[in-house]
Design a binder for this molecule. Structure first.
Ligand code: SOE
Length: 357
């Protein structure tokens, strides 16, 4: 457990996603950016200058950053095939870690890491960021208060448009199975699985369908046309804890969608709907005392109280200082998530329903 007033953070991976993480780290009072790691040296020095990180704390080798005694906690935003290596090194050097999702490239890696982690646990938070959308947090509280009664069904969609043929998106690591593991499934579906686990509980069985719509893309570096070997679209149905039924759709090819992660939770006495694109609103349909006798309840949109806003790195700061908050996504959540991803792939490959034990 870290007791310092100032926690020195080392950030690994300065690609596209790192901007948001840098901003969030800078917003946490006790965090100070103290080291950076990136294989592209031009980017490393540009961001190093922007962050005011000294030259000797700018690394191209992730192990050097993780081993650095001045680094108290690590934040990792690397491509998926490197996730397991970062976690392994953080366990070895006993450094708290905030790791991006999906947890690992595949379930085999997650199992190997679990054996290491159980021998020498460290604080690990996994970047299931939608747990920090105010409306999701409020929905969780309403469900815990039994506002909609026992849950029967959860419907989740996570739609983006960037991969659609219309936009002619070039080949990139996210289309390469060896680097990303899966496509829409691991990138967006991992968030859907996490939301279902947050609102309902564990998965028991899945039945899935995966498809690649655009099978060739042009590599901007080599100019060659490359084959895409990951999914553009995945849908699955599931049975979760307490026999709750779930249905799920994710695609990166939904023209017209921005970043549309939306969840509808159906209970015996009402329904709750949240959409991350409207983070401060919740749609809720329950019987109201003010409703006329016998009237059917209708959806009303409520503004989420301010107290439900929370920045995810605040929970990371609490985790590393030994003050873990409820619903912080930890190592176990990453592992379970990866297991469900694995069973979905198995189901799509075999055409069978697969149990999640
Ligand atoms: C890119 O598709 C991406 O940034 C994901 O990697 C995130 O996890 C998701 O929240 C938004 O989209």
């Amino acid at each position: 457990m870290i007791k310092n007033d100032v926690i020195t953070v080392g950030l690994i991976g300065l690609g596209q996603m790192s901007g948001g993480h840098r901003k969030m780290i800078s917003e946490i009072e006790h965090f100070q950016m103290g080291a950076l790691c990136e294989v592209n040296e031009e980017i490393l020095h540009q961001i190093g200058d922007e962050e005011g990180v000294s030259k000797e704390k700018r690394f191209t080798d992730m192990e050097a950053l993780i081993a650095d005694p001045d680094v108290d906690a690590v934040v990792s935003v690397v491509p998926n095939h490197l996730h397991a290596r970062v976690i392994e090194l953080c366990i070895y050097y006993q450094k708290p870690l905030m790791a991006e999702k999906p947890f690992t490239l595949d379930f085999n890696e997650a199992e190997n890491l679990t054996a290491l982690y159980e021998k020498q646990p460290i604080p690990v938070m996994v970047g299931f960021s939608y747990r920090y959308v105010a409306s999701f947090r409020y929905a969780k509280k309403l469900i815990a208060e039994n506002k909609i009664g026992p849950i029967r069904h959860i419907a989740i969609r996570y739609l983006q448009s960037g991969g659609a043929a219309l936009f002619e998106k070039p080949y990139a690591w996210r289309f390469n199975k060896a680097v990303s593991g899966t496509g829409a499934l691991g990138d967006l579906g991992a968030h859907m699985i996490d939301s279902a686990r947050l609102f309902v509980g564990e998965f028991r069985a899945v039945s899935a369908l995966m498809e690649t719509f655009i099978t060739k893309r042009k590599d901007p570096v080599s100019g060659e046309t490359k084959t895409v070997d990951v999914d553009d679209f995945t849908s699955f149905q599931a049975v979760l804890e307490n026999n709750v039924i779930g249905n799920f759709v994710t695609t990166r090819n939904a023209v017209g969608s921005g970043n549309q992660h939306e969840v509808t939770i159906y209970g015996d006495y009402g329904t709750i709907h949240v959409n991350c694109e409207r983070p401060n609103e919740i749609d809720i349909c329950v019987r109201d005392e003010k409703d006329e006798e016998g009237a059917r309840p209708v959806f009303k949109t409520e503004i989420v109280p301010d107290s439900y806003r929370k920045q995810q790195f605040q929970d990371f700061a609490d985790l590393v200082t030994g003050n873990e908050q409820p619903n912080t996504p930890t190592f176990y959540d990453g592992y379970q998530n990866q297991k469900v991803l694995d069973r979905i792939i198995q189901s799509a490959e075999t055409g069978q329903t697969v149990k999640v034990d």
